[in-house]
Design a protein around this ligand. Sequence first.
Ligand SMILES: Cc1ncc(COP(=O)(O)O)c(C=O)c1O
Length: 457
Amino acid sequence: MDLTLELDPNLGRRAALEAALRAAVLDGSLRPDAKLPSSRALAHDLNLSRATVVAAYEQLVAEGFFVAHQGRSTQVGQVHVPEPAPPSRNPIGEPQDHDFRPGEPDPTAFPRSEWLKAVRRVLTEADDSVLGYSDPRGRDELRIALAAYLGRTRKVRVQPRSISVVSGFASALGFLGEVFVRHGAGRVAVEDPMLPFHRDILTNSGLELVHIPVDGEGVVVDNLPDGVDAALVTPAHQQPMGVTLSPGRRTALVEWARDTDSWIIEDDYDGEFRYDRRPIAAVHALAPDRVIHAGTASKTLAPGLRIAWLSLPDELVRQVQFQIHIRGGVSAIDQLALADLIERGGFDRQVRAMRNRYRRRRDALCGRLEAEVDWLKVDPNNAGLHLVAHIIDPKIDETEVVASAAERSVALMGLGLFHQSGRAPGNGGVVIGFSRVPEHHFAVAADELLAALRSIA
Ligand SMILES: Cc1ncc(COP(=O)(O)O)c(C=O)c1O
C-alpha cells in the first residue's frame, strides 16, 4: 500500500508518525481492514528507523486504531469514523429532462458568436499588460462600462473607482461577511424566505442571522431590529416570492440603515427582467453611501462566466479590494470581453431579446396554469426568471407535488426550501423557473409540466 503521510516537524518523529496515522484513519484515507505497509517499507519511505515505525504501530494497536496479526500485515481496526456533516439541503434539486428549477438562464441563448468576436478583438487589440496582474477592483474598461450601464438601466450612480468586479455574487457575499465580522459585526438581517445557499454563506462567515418576514410589499422593514450590522435584501424581485419592494418600504429601509448605521446589501440579481413596466430603479439610487449594490452576469449571460460586480460605498472600497486581491478576481480577458460587449451594445441586445423570450414563456405558462390547474394560484408578480404558484387545496402537499413531477422527469422546487423553518405558510407552493429550459425544448417541456401538475388533482 502506498501511503502518503505528512509528519509534523514540530513533534518528535515517533509522535509525528503516530499523529499522522491516527489522522489518516479519522479522515478516512485509511479505511477499516486496510492492510498497512510493512514497518520496513514505511520506515524506508519516510526515512525513519524501523524501530520508530514498529513503536508507532504498537501504540496504535494499543489504542485500537490498528489490529496486529501474528505473521501477517497489521490492519486498520474497525474505527468508527464520524460521517462528514452533510452539505446543506440542495435547494436546487436534481436536474430532469424538463427542467423548471429556477436560477439559470437558457444556456442555448448565450451569445456565443458575439462573445467570440469580443474575445478575438480583446486578444488582437489589447497590449501585453492585460496578461499581467490587474487592479484588484477589476479592469478599468469594464468598470467604466459598468458604471455607465448601471446608471442607465438601474439608476445606480457610481464612479468606476467604486466598482469591484467579483467572481460571482456568492463569492462576494462570502468575503463581505468576513469583512463585516473582522470589523466587529455579529448580526445580519436576511429575508425569510431567501435563497438557502446565501443563508449558508453568511452563517459560514460567522454571522448570526436575523430573519425578517416578507409580505405583499416585500421585506417587512418595520421588523428590522437595532443592533444589526447589515441587511441582505432583494428589492427588485424578492427571491423567491417575486414581490418588488414598495416605495414606502424603500424609503423606510434607507432610513433604518441611516438611523442604525447599518449597511444594505442590495442583491439586484435579475433586476433587468421586468415584463409589465420599465424596471424599477435600484434602492442604491436613494442612498449610495449606505447601499452595496450587487449585479451579476449570471442571469443575463451565464452563471458559468462567474462575473458579478459590486458598487460600494467609499468606506468599503479598500477592504473589498484587498479581499479580491487575496482571493483572485475574474480573468482579465473575460472582463475585457464583457466590457466590449457592453460598449458595442451587444449586452443590451441580449437582455432585450431574453426579456422578450422569458416574457413569452411566462405568459404562456401563467395562462395555462390558470386554465388547467385549479389547485394552484399563480402569484401576479411580473418579473424575473421564475414564478411562484401557491397551492390552494389543503389536501395537496407541496413535497408530493415536487416528487410526483420528478417521477415524470419534471424538475420544480417547493417553496418550503426557501423558508428558514423549512415550511412555507398556508398550503405551500412551488417555484417554477421558466428560463432554464432550452428554447427548442420549451413547448414540449411546458406540456410535460402541465401534464404532471394536472395528474396531481
Ligand atoms: C438571489 C440571487 N442572488 C444572486 C444570484 C447570482 O449569484 P452569482 O453571481 O453567484 O451567480 C442568484 C443566482 O441564482 C440568486 O438567486
